[in-house]
Ligand binder design. Sequence first.
Ligand SMILES: NC(=O)c1ccc[n+]([C@@H]2O[C@H](COP(=O)([O-])OP(=O)(O)OC[C@H]3O[C@@H](n4cnc5c(N)ncnc54)[C@H](OP(=O)(O)O)[C@@H]3O)[C@@H](O)[C@H]2O)c1
Length: 254
Amino acid sequence: MNISGNTIFIPGATSGIGLALALELRARGNTVIVGGRRTDLLDTIAAEHPGIDTVEIDTAEPASIDSAAKAVLARHPDLNVLVTMAGIMRIEDWHRPESFLASAEATVTTNLLGPIRLIAAFIEHLRAQPDATIMTVSSGLAFTPLKVTPSYNASKAAIHMLSESLRLQLADTTVKVVELEPPAVRTSLLPGQETSEFAMPLDEFVAEVVALIESQPDAREIQVERVKFLRYGEARGDYDQVVATLNAADPHGN
Ligand SMILES: NC(=O)c1ccc[n+]([C@@H]2O[C@H](COP(=O)([O-])OP(=O)(O)OC[C@H]3O[C@@H](n4cnc5c(N)ncnc54)[C@H](OP(=O)(O)O)[C@@H]3O)[C@@H](O)[C@H]2O)c1
């Protein structure tokens, strides 16, 4: 995708990576619509950044996706980029169902079904645009498992393969599929992560992402340097070592 001149909807941008990316893309000359459930944050974002539009959306609820999609497309008929950013990450203990089943179901609903339903709501519109992009958001944990978050890892691995498959299937359309693969980044995705020494500072991450989009507009995967350790363990042949290092480094998550 080009770095400027787009109209971009980012459901999951009330905080963290989504918000930082929204602000940077706005500064680069894009029209940006921020989505999420926390209406207090949506109101603050709208007040502090008059150029940014906001829409309430719960990506775990099909009816909310449908009504938000209608609102976004009515206000922004030239929308050409969808970023399926919304996600949750929960620590789970799979020894006992009462400690993981509800979390697993919520994680799959938000992290996998959410993007699938969002793409379903926007695909016909995007196909009608001369140049469109679906940006999915996976994780380094799609490629190397963190022991304490099985459902999260699985949901992100599914997003990786969904992205690979859609790219093939949509090759006969104007819609490109780009997968953003963050490493651990300092956000409130997990308790303690905002200050974790194992996580990348948010501003550095977003600056590197925007530089990659700008220098590689046709990239299939957006990979900052820090994610390559997790992304390419199997290809390098040091996968077992990468798994051991990741899980020894940070027992809490990232
Ligand atoms: N930070 C990392 O280390 C890291 C690494 C790899 C991948 N990622 C991915 O990056 C994405 C953003 O995460 P983050 O780190 O920026 O964490 P974050 O600050 O917690 O942001 C998560 C965003 O998702 C939104 N969201 C969650 N559930 C939603 C729902 N049901 N409906 C609508 N919006 C929902 C939240 O908004 P509301 O609460 O307002 O709805 C929030 O804006 C996620 O997909 C995450 O898996 C993050």
